[in-house]
Design a protein around this ligand. Structure first.
Ligand code: SF4
Length: 363
């Protein structure tokens, strides 16, 4: 497959401009107060025109562009390889950072909106190289943690995915490799860029961050973050089962996670909180578990995404049978809870939920 871009080589010497908050660009770009409008011009080139280098910014003085080119880079990642599903058009993109770590992202064509809006192109992006949270069913959890991604590396996944696919991404899912809230500062900086009308201008309803329930960071984000959708990986309705599936995240009991979820919801103007629930055969899929789950969420504005498990070859877990998923769903629906059974995408290339990592992503 021919790549439509020739990405700039990542450069450990130059600083990534996108790691600097917009409000500080004019200072970083050595512009005097009289020339702050130049920073705005750079912003337009970066976000509206998707410039990859300063040399493309033809309405800016050449001397400035040359100086900036020496000091800053607008891209921090390059494409390492890509795999396309022949079944549903999903693409798994592997990017490489300047220090060599591999960063997976998944391009999802036409993922329908929960509310029936026209389909948008989505990107499921990573926030860490590897993951330290060791959720037992997750391929990413088997990739040893290497480091947090910078804000620029998180943002670059969107730029590169757009350049590679030729499509504008309208829906972002922080659901790739890593626990986003364990990389709080860089994730917050990227969320601000994605939401900002001067940058990506992606609406709150099209930006979903998934967490396995880091209570202190959930509360912090509710207090200072931009409006977004929160998806909490619950995966169990009792602490004992949750401790087996998410041994580290279960440090916070379900009761505390839910309390933080409702605080977050209130902070977001009573927006929706989604609970992700992976259906694992014989482990968390009984009707009794469904009743417990409905007891936890009843009377709240909560959505449940039932995710049919994508098997990972090295792991012993199996997806629940379809009849079991439907019976589980019915218990929730009968008790007035919004439920959606998530259709797996990209299974043939291991790009489904929980399949991003694994040995192939380890250096
Ligand atoms: S589910 Fe998320 S937090 Fe848990 S191991 Fe996988 S990537 Fe890490």
């Amino acid at each position: 497959m021919t790549d439509p871009i020739e990405p700039a080589a990542p450069d450990a010497e130059r600083k990534a401009l996108l790691d600097i908050p917009f409000g500080e660009w004019f200072r970083a770009l050595s512009l005097t107060p009289a020339l702050t409008y130049r920073a705005r011009q750079v912003q337009e080139w970066v976000f509206l025109k998707r410039a990859k280098t300063f040399s493309e910014m033809t309405n800016l003085p050449a001397a400035l562009r040359e100086d900036w080119e020496k000091r800053f880079t607008l891209r921090t990642l390059v494409l390492d390889h890509r795999e396309a599903s022949t079944v549903d058009g999903t693409e798994r993109l592997f990017f490489r950072a300047a220090d060599g770590v591999l960063i997976p992202a998944v391009f999802l064509p036409g993922r329908p909106d929960d509310d029936g809006e026209p389909a948008r192109y989505s990107l499921c992006l990573s926030t860490q190289a590897g993951c330290a949270w060791a959720c037992v069913f997750c391929a990413s959890g088997r990739t040893p943690f290497q480091r947090n991604l910078t804000a620029a590396e998180i943002i670059d996944q969107v730029f590169l995915a757009e350049e590679l696919t030729g499509k504008r991404i309208g829906n972002l899912l922080f659901m790739g490799m890593g626990e986003p809230l364990a990389n709080y500062d860089n994730v917050l900086a990227s969320l601000r860029a994605f939401r900002s009308p001067l940058a990506f201008n992606i609406g709150a309803r099209h930006l979903t961050l998934s967490t396995c329930g880091l209570v202190p960071q959930m509360l912090k984000l509710a207090d200072e973050g931009p409006k977004i959708n929160l998806a909490i990986s619950l995966h169990a309705a009792d602490d004992e089962t949750r401790a087996k599936l998410l041994p580290k995240a279960s440090h916070w009991p379900i009761k505390e996670v839910l309390k933080a979820a409702w605080v977050f919801q209130k902070g977001m103007g009573d927006g929706r909180v989604t609970f992700e629930y992976i259906m694992l055969k014989g482990i968390n899929d009984s009707e009794r578990e469904a009743q417990r789950l409905s007891n936890l969420l009843r009377e709240k504005k909560a959505w449940v995404n039932l995710i049919v498990y994508n098997p990972v070859p090295e792991l012993p877990y199996q997806p629940s049978d379809e009849a079991v998923v439907r019976a589980f769903e019915k218990v929730l629906v009968d008790r007035g809870i919004f439920v959606r059974v998530r259709k797996p995408q990209g299974r043939d290339i291991s790009a489904g939920c929980g399949q991003l990592g694994g040995p192939q992503a380890v250096l």
